[in-house]
Ligand binder design. Sequence first.
Ligand code: 13P
Length: 247
Amino acid sequence: MKKYIFGNLKMHFNLKQTEEYLENFLPKVESSKNEIVLCPSFVNLMFTGQKLTSTKVLLGAQNVASEASGAYTGEVSASMLKSVGATYVLVGHSERKKYFLEKNETINKKIQECLGQGLKVVLCVGESKYERANKKHKQSLEKQLCECLKGLYDNELKNIIIAYEPIYSIGSGVLPKAKEVEEAVSYIRSVIQAEFSEKTASSLKILYGGSVNAENVKTFAGIKGVNGLLVGGASIKPDEFAKVCNI
Ligand code: 13P
């Protein structure tokens, strides 16, 4: 079955480095059967989008403004992202919450903005090490899902992918047990079923993210209920990310 593989390039690569990366990476994934999405920084979006037009790889952004337009210095709107060819937007990444104090209410507005512009959303959720150790991870996931998806209609969920990213695993090399990921993904589906519908929950795409690399990709991609991967550190290495994409 086709997997959804997202490369979150985070704050890496200037324009020249982006060009070199794409020249190296794109030929290696030409025959991949998976849906591959590259999420470069805002300034590299347009250039990357142009390079992707002749490929099957899609363009995603790492963030979006919560407002449609106006005097919001430094922000980039959903309509701007759409206009440069983005298909997906990552929303609610834990680094946005940690360093930029993003709240679930703001994330909810960002999601509404994206959907209004016909953009697909990857909503990131995940528990902290503390929450996991104190068995509060389900409560934490439920709160994030309910608050971020508040007020959405059932049929809008078809344009939303959930990325389960345990915070302690991001960029750390600390891997959750496969069983823990399977349980968390199944729990996410049960929350979506309760809040929306059984049909929506069963067709929902859920990604795993956190220290995925070419060595462990098979383990995580093979977990029951996992439809794909959200890759950070390993996605900036073209050879390694191509291996991940070609599973
Ligand atoms: P790493 O793959 O570097 O752990 O990052 C995961 C991530 O944050 C993807 O959004």
